[in-house]
Design a protein around this ligand. Structure first.
Ligand code: OSB
Ligand code: MG
Length: 370
């Protein structure tokens, strides 16, 4: 394909309720959407960045810079055949996986639209609907958390993840387990502990959790290995798995027994599929993580989660769990059995609502081929 132009859209969307994690509170989700025009078609992608460098070092600011000054000029210079070619062309741009992944998503959307195939078909996904759960932020008290979870369960979510941080960990998890003795439950620390402070989490091992997600720092594979030896509950890595190589290292050193795959964090869907393939070959369960995506990123996550190795429910909730108004015309709804349908239209299978885009947009920049 010859790309005609690439447009960046910096948007900010209000969440239905604040989302609190160990790294902070989010009330509005900021991110960058990428649209690519080529041969009469437009492909859309979402860079799963945030305003603040809490989850990742990348922000809307760094992604804007890398996209405008490095990725877009590289792509607009020549031809591009597919995602693998894209990864080769941007290999000289170190890091900045969230920025790269948004562009790769837009290319997949374009390719799908050009071939009349859904992203699920292009990636080799098998399922028409995927199992999902809900990620519940920190609340003011264990009682408030239990009440919030009760409402999610009543609305049909079959798997619950709670956020934990020092001082709000074992107590919260025990309260939830006591109120709901049999639900599939997991916790996510977002790197809030050290190997030493983590000892306080020992009682979690008695709560029959599906997994404990990312207790230690992103760059601390070896201490996750030591921790995994101390716990029966599987450790699952999120932040630490930034590439296929990191995934291989983590599995080889038994630093985790489950992997949360987020296409953004690993630089794109193509890398996400490679990590899926690696884990599947070793019978390591994977699930699709979330980053409070708009309908664009959600459509992409659903397609990815339809691959056969995604054997645990994803952090892919219905649109109304995040937003009153989304950027796509299509909203995603929770179906019976805690599932969501995978889009079937060409590419991502979603269309942008221009009025919503205009309403939420903070800045726009169109870059054209010379
Ligand atoms: O660690 O999984 C995480 C949201 C933003 C950044 C990091 C994480 C999350 C979530 C929410 O847990 C998942 C979702 O529902 O999108
Ligand atoms: Mg996580």
């Amino acid at each position: 394909m010859k790309l005609d132009s690439l447009t960046l859209h910096h948007i900010s969307m209000p969440l239905v309720a604040p989302f609190e994690t160990s790294f902070g509170v989010t009330t509005r989700r900021e991110c960058i959407l990428v649209s690519i025009q080529s041969e009469g078609l437009t492909g859309w992608g979402e860079c799963a960045v945030d305003r603040d460098p809490g989850y990742s070092y990348e922000t809307t600011g760094t992604a804007w810079h890398i996209l405008k000054d490095f990725i877009a000029p590289t792509l607009l210079r020549g031809y591009i055949s597919d995602a693998t070619d894209f990864q080769q062309q941007v290999a000289g741009i170190r890091g900045h996986n969230l920025a790269k992944a948004g562009v790769e998503m837009a290319l997949w959307d374009l390719i799908g639209k050009g071939q009349g195939k859904s992203l699920r078909e292009l990636l080799g996904g098998l399922r028409a609907r995927v199992d999902v759960g809900v990620s519940v932020g920190l609340k003011d008290s264990p009682e408030a958390l239990v009440e919030r979870i009760g409402k999610y369960l009543a609305s049909g979510y079959g798997r619950i993840k709670i956020k934990i941080k020092p001082g709000r960990d074992v107590g919260d998890a025990e309260a939830v387990r006591k109120a709901f003795p049999h639900i599939p439950l997991q916790v996510d620390a977002n790197s809030a502990y050290t190997l030493e402070t983590c000892q306080i989490l020992r009682p979690l091992d008695r709560l029959k959790l599906l997994l404990i997600e990312q207790p230690l720092s992103e760059d601390d594979l070896w201490n996750h290995h030591k921790l995994q030896k101390q716990f029966h509950t599987p450790i699952c890595l999120d932040e630490s798995i930034t590439s296929l190589l990191q995934a291989r290292s983590a599995l080889e050193m038994d630093a985790c027994r489950i992997i949360n795959i987020k296409p953004g964090r690993v630089g794109g869907l193509s890398q996400a599929v490679l990590i899926h393939d690696l884990c599947r070959a070793q019978a390591v369960p994977v699930w699709c993580g979330g980053m409070l995506e708009t309908g664009i990123g959600r459509a992409s996550n659903l397609a990815l989660a339809s691959l056969p190795g995604f054997t645990l429910p994803g952090d892919i909730s219905a649109s109304n769990r995040y937003y009153d108004q989304d950027i796509t015309r299509e909203g995603f709804v929770l179906d019976p059995g805690s599932t969501i349908d995978v889009p079937t239209g060409p590419g991502l299978g979603v269309t942008i609502d221009p009025a919503a885009l205009k309403k939420f947009r903070l800045a726009e920049l169109r870059l054209t081929a010379k």
